[in-house]
Write a protein that binds this ligand. Structure first.
Ligand SMILES: Cc1ncc(COP(=O)(O)O)c(C=O)c1O
Length: 376
C-alpha cells in the first residue's frame, strides 16, 4: 500500500529532536522555528515530558470515558488555574478541528440555531463544520457546503451587528490571532464589540485559540489582550507538545447534558499526562515570561533588516513580511542554513512558531542566517 498523497513534502527526514533542534537521518542538525505547525510548546523530548509519559504508559495508557478519570480532573484544574479560566468547564477531544466541531455543535444545541459568522482568511480545521467556517473554498467538498456560514471582514462591527440582527445566528467563531491566514487579528475594540453584540442577542462567541493559545502569544490566550470573556474557547496544538489532544473550554453558565458530546479516545490517560506535563513545564520554567522576552528581542533584531517590510503577530506567533514571495527563501533556510520556518496564505510572509523555550542565542542564529540568505 502507498500513502494517500495529499501533502507536498520537503525532502527532510527528522529522526531525533531535542529542545529547539531536530536531526535528520544524516545527523544534520536543524533549528526548529516552526515546531511542526506550532505544536512543540515546551521543546522536543523535554526530559520531564518524556519521563511523565513513560511512567504513565507503564501504568495504564487508555480506558474509555465510562470510568473515573482523575487525570482529566487534574488537567482541568491546572488548566483553569494557569490560564485564568476557572469559570469554564473542559471537554477533551483529539485535535483542533474536533475542538471547533464540538464548540460549534454545542453552540447550535444551546441556541437552537445553525448559522455561523466567521471571518475572511479564517482557518478552523478540516472536519465538517470546522472546514465550513474556514475561508478556503478549495478544501470544502460539496458535502461541507450544506452548512450555513457567512464570512465577514475582520474589524467591521457594523456587518457583524447586521448579520446577528437577522436572528438565525448560533455562533461567531474567531481566531485569537489568525494563523494559516497570515497573522491578522481583530482590534481590541472589535473583540469587545463582538462580545457585546453576541451577549445581547444570545449568540455564542467562540475563540479559536488552537494556534494562538497556550502562551504562544505572550499571554496564556491571545484574546486576553482584549479583556473579553468568550463563551467557548478551543485549544489543541501546543496543549500536549505533539501528543494528539484538543480541548473545549465552556463557560460554566452553560450546563452539560449527558450524551450531547462524546468521544472514544478524547482525554485518555496518555493525552492527559502529556497535557499536564506541558502545563507543569510552562509554569515551572516560566515560559510565558520567556516568550515575551525573546519576542521583544526578535522584534528589535528583525527590524534592522532592510528587506523586512513588516512584522505581524505577538509573542512567538510571528509573521515576517517581505515584498516578495518567500517560497525560495524558506527552501534556502532549510537546505542551506538548516532552519525550519513556516508559510501562510500570504505568500510574502515567513511564519515563525518556535518552541516557547527558544533562547536569544537561537534567535541570533536565525537572524545571521536570514541576513546571509537575503544578501545572496
Ligand atoms: C486556528 C486553528 N484552528 C484549528 C486548526 C485545526 O487543528 P487540527 O489540525 O489539529 O485539526 C488549526 C490548525 O492549523 C488552526 O491553526
Amino acid at each position: 500500500m502507498k500513502l494517500f498523497d495529499v501533502y507536498p513534502l520537503y525532502n527532510v527526514t527528522p529522526v531525533k529532536a531535542e529542545g529547539c533542534y531536530v536531526w535528520d537521518e544524516n545527523n544534520i542538525k536543524y533549528l526548529d522555528l516552526y515546531g511542526g505547525h506550532g505544536v512543540i510548546s515546551v521543546g522536543h523530548t523535554h526530559p520531564k515530558y518524556v519521563a511523565d509519559l513513560t511512567n504513565q504508559l507503564q501504568k495504564i495508557g487508555f480506558y474509555s470515558n465510562s470510568v473515573q478519570m482523575p487525570l482529566q480532573v487534574e488537567l482541568a484544574e491546572k488548566l483553569g488555574k494557569l490560564s485564568g479560566s476557572e469559570n469554564y468547564n473542559l471537554f477533551l477531544c483529539n485535535s483542533g478541528a474536533e475542538a471547533n466541531e464540538n464548540a460549534l455543535k454545542l453552540a447550535s444545541f444551546i441556541t437552537g440555531k445553525s448559522r455561523v459568522l466567521a471571518f475572511t482568511n479564517s482557518f478552523h480545521g478540516r472536519t465538517s463544520a470546522a472546514v465550513a467556517v474556514t475561508d478556503n473554498k478549495s478544501i470544502n467538498a460539496p458535502i461541507n457546503l450544506q452548512q450555513k456560514v457567512t464570512f465577514l471582514p475582520l474589524n467591521d462591527i457594523e456587518l457583524v451587528i447586521h448579520e446577528i440582527g437577522k436572528g438565525d445566528v448560533a455562533a461567531v467563531i474567531i481566531e485569537g490571532i489568525q494563523g494559516v491566514g497570515g497573522l491578522d487579528e481583530g482590534t481590541t475594540e472589535f473583540f469587545q464589540e463582538v462580545q457585546k453584540v453576541c451577549n445581547k442577542n444570545c449568540v455564542l462567541l467562540i475563540l479559536d485559540e488552537i494556534q494562538s493559545g497556550y502562551g504562544r502569544s505572550g499571554k496564556f490566550f491571545a484574546f486576553q489582550y482584549h479583556h473579553i470573556q468568550p463563551d467557548i474557547i478551543t485549544t489543541a496544538k501546543g496543549m500536549a507538545n505533539g501528543f494528539p489532544i484538543g480541548g473545549v473550554l465552556i463557560s460554566d453558565v452553560f450546563k452539560a447534558k449527558y450524551g450531547s458530546l462524546g468521544t472514544t479516545f478524547g482525554g485518555n490517560h496518555l493525552a492527559c499526562t502529556a497535557a499536564i506535563s506541558v502545563l507543569d513545564i510552562i509554569e515551572e520554567e516560566k515560559l510565558i515570561a520567556n516568550v515575551n522576552e525573546v519576542s521583544n528581542y526578535f522584534m528589535e533584531e528583525i527590524k534592522q533588516i532592510p528587506e523586512v517590510k513588516k512584522v505581524k503577530g505577538r509573542g512567538l506567533m510571528l509573521g515576517v513580511e517581505f515584498d516578495f514571495e518567500v517560497g525560495e527563501l524558506r527552501k534556502k533556510l532549510i537546505f542551506d542554513k538548516h532552519i525550519f520556518t513556516g508559510g501562510s496564505n500570504n505568500k510574502n510572509l515567513l511564519r515563525i512558531l518556535p518552541p516557547l523555550t527558544i533562547t536569544k542565542a537561537q534567535i541570533d542564529e536565525f537572524i545571521k542566517a536570514l541576513k546571509e540568505v537575503l544578501s545572496q
